[in-house]
Design a protein around this ligand. Structure first.
Ligand code: NAP
Length: 246
């Protein structure tokens, strides 16, 4: 018997990177998994194929996290396709880097829409589907606590918002026995932040373990928080960063 047998999960932004690894880790533990994607339809199909190969249900839903109607449709669609919803992972995000002087209104609005309003609206849409024992896991960033480069200020600001959101929601949903936690990756090898990218050596110099994380390192923590063993953990912030914040 696997720990997540019979559980139904939705991972936003599950077509690539950390979100894809989370979707697969949840399926590994026995969950049926829906994921959203925006641009990477083919990659999403590959992740679904991997989930199905494990004998689990997998559903890819096209939904732009900047679009409130699409978010509502994707959450209801996931619950319909899987027969309910027990786990929501708010992972989809974008990063844009620039000095504040050069930041445009469009940049600011895009970051706020996808990284802040998106998780709030996905959660709002998910709550009516969730029962006691359900899990909400938000994906933040270690950059919310330690700015790694000033050009990331607005992106990190959006990730700081998820700290308050997580803590407040843990209070609101605690009486319903629904846990809410925040996982903050540090430098993790994805297309957003490749381990051989321009600033990778600088980032490695800040990490006691001396290496980037891999998407599977973050996914393992998320999958644990989804299990019954984590039932007493809520309102927590867990850094998966090789010690970068120590
Ligand atoms: P990534 O490689 O850029 O992947 C981003 C994922 O989000 C993709 O599946 C993408 O889907 C989806 N996405 C982006 N915009 C979307 C939108 N508007 N609507 C729906 N889906 C959207 O990023 P990652 O590195 O895996 O990051 C995953 C999470 O970890 C994010 O919350 C990020 O902020 C956080 N994080 C990452 C790092 C790092 O070093 N990598 C560090 C700290 C925190 P499509 O391709 O289909 O559009």
């Amino acid at each position: 018997m696997q720990e997540l047998n019979g559980k139904r999960a939705l991972v936003t932004g599950g077509s690539r990177g950390i979100g894809a690894a989370i979707a697969i880790a949840l399926a590994d533990k026995g969950a049926d998994v829906a994921l959203t994607y925006e641009r990477s339809a083919e990659r999403a199909t590959e992740v679904i194929a991997a989930i199905k190969q494990k004998g689990r249900k997998g559903v890819a839903i096209h939904a732009d996290s900047a679009d409130p109607a699409a978010i509502q449709r994707s959450v209801d669609g996931a619950a319909n396709a899987l027969g309910g919803l027990d786990i929501l992972v708010n992972n989809a995000a974008i990063a844009r880097y620039n000095s504040i002087a050069e930041f445009t209104v469009e940049d600011i609005d895009a970051l706020l829409a996808v990284n802040v309003r998106g998780p709030v609206l996905a959660t709002k849409a998910a709550i009516p589907h969730l029962q006691a024992g359900a899990r909400i896991i938000n994906i933040g960033s270690g950059g919310a606590d330690r700015i790694v480069g000033a050009s990331g200020t607005v992106y990190y600001m959006t990730k700081s918002a998820l700290q308050s959101f997580t803590r407040g929601l843990a209070q609101e949903l605690g009486p319903r026995d629904i846990t809410v936690n925040l996982v903050q990756p540090g430098s993790t090898n994805t297309e957003m932040n490749p381990e051989d990218g321009e600033f990778a050596d600088f980032q490695r110099s800040l990490i006691p373990l001396g290496r980037f994380g891999q998407p599977e390192d973050v996914a393992a923590a998320v999958a644990f928080l989804a299990t019954p063993a984590a039932r007493q953990i809520t309102g927590a912030i867990l850094n998966i960063d090789g010690g970068a914040l120590t």
